[in-house]
Design a protein around this ligand. Structure first.
Ligand SMILES: Cc1cc2nc3c(=O)[nH]c(=O)nc-3n(C[C@H](O)[C@H](O)[C@H](O)COP(=O)(O)O)c2cc1C
Length: 313
């Protein structure tokens, strides 16, 4: 998620769940090809398994990006065919590519031709008036012929005009049944459902009918919900870490980055919701929010917040 799942966020989420697949925020092909690659694409080994999500529409450029992703050590490359923002539409990528399945197929084929990494697609169930189930089937049929065998489907359509990206995540109704039907009609494909899930119980129910569940906003707004994923979803028998253990595990990482000049707030902002719904959550957020932005702020702010929370709760 843009402005959310950067490397610090992912490192933090990885302290909570070892097994879930994490995605980067969307990085455009232009940024990858012409920007600071290390800054845009660098990650810690512990972030695996990790999918790089790319936005673009030029097969040759996307192929170069897929190669770069493989060189960086990503586990998967994912093409964004779901973002409806006007900036993205102006570049002819994101959700508007749902109207050009042949183009998406070309992009996927080009990416798959240069790497052994799985090349997957994140898309909507439709855009504008092209939103019948048959349109979705056409899209998946054409794109899957390229060898793409995992589709992450945000179970609502997008309106390309008139709705903001935020509204496009809320206003069009969720149609889970379309995604379920897709799995029935394409049993050989891996179908990941996305949109509106806020608990692992909901995810488990979905796993009866689809192959995977992607959780976006809820994983950011209440990250500790991922703590039980390794045992409940992946069958591991190790107990989940406590919230305090998660904070403690972050301290050396924070210290390293801050000593390299990174602003404390750029890491701690992702940790604000760790105590969501818990006693002391308010004091945790207050100390972190107020003190992380002070000049010279370092790991001691996080230790202080944890101590105050222990005292309060
Ligand atoms: C702030 C924000 C940024 C997002 N950025 C991306 C993105 O970069 N790529 C993407 O595929 N989806 C992005 N999304 C959409 C989510 O991945 C997801 O499809 C959507 O929020 C619905 O799932 P949810 O209800 O679990 O959040 C973003 C969502 C939010 C709230």
């Amino acid at each position: 998620m843009m402005d959310r799942t950067d490397r610090h966020c992912r490192y933090f989420l990885r302290q909570i769940s070892r097994r879930t697949l994490l995605y980067t925020e969307m990085v455009t092909s232009m940024a990858i090809l012409h920007g600071d690659k290390q800054k845009l694409l660098g990650f810690e080994r512990s972030e695996h398994p990790l999918s790089l999500q790319i936005g673009g529409d030029n097969p040759q450029d996307l192929a170069k990006c897929a190669q770069i992703a493989a060189d960086f050590g990503y586990d998967e490359v994912n093409l964004n065919v779901g973002c409806p923002s006007s900036r993205v539409q102006n570049g002819n990528f994101g959700a508007c590519l749902m109207l050009q399945p042949e183009r998406v197929a070309e992009c996927i084929a080009a990416m798959a031709s240069v790497t052994k990494l799985p090349v997957t697609v994140k898309h909507r169930i439709g855009v504008d008036d092209v939103d019948r189930y048959e349109d979705l089937v056409k899209f998946v049929s054409i794109v899957s012929q390229t060898g793409c065998n995992r589709f992450s489907v945000h179970a609502r359509k997008a309106w390309l005009q008139g709705l903001s990206p935020k509204e496009n995540r809320e206003v069009p109704p969720l149609r889970y049944e379309d995604v379920h039907r897709l799995k029935q009609d394409f049993p050989h494909l891996s179908i990941e459902i996305n949109g509106g899930f806020v608990s692992l119980e909901q995810a488990q129910a979905q796993l009866q009918v689809v192959d995977a569940v992607m959780i976006g906003r809820a994983a950011y707004d209440n990250p500790y919900l991922l703590a039980f994923a390794d045992s409940q979803i992946y069958g591991e028998d190790t107990p989940p870490p406590s919230r305090h253990q998660i904070v403690t595990a972050m301290l050396p990482y924070i210290d390293t980055w801050v000593s390299k000049g990174c602003k404390l707030n750029s890491i701690t902002r992702h940790m604000l919701q760790l105590f969501h719904g818990q006693p002391g959550s308010r004091i945790w957020k207050r100390v972190i929010t107020e003190q992380s932005v002070l000049s010279g702020a370092g790991v001691e702010v996080v230790e202080r917040a944890l101590n105050q929370l222990r005292f309060e709760s």
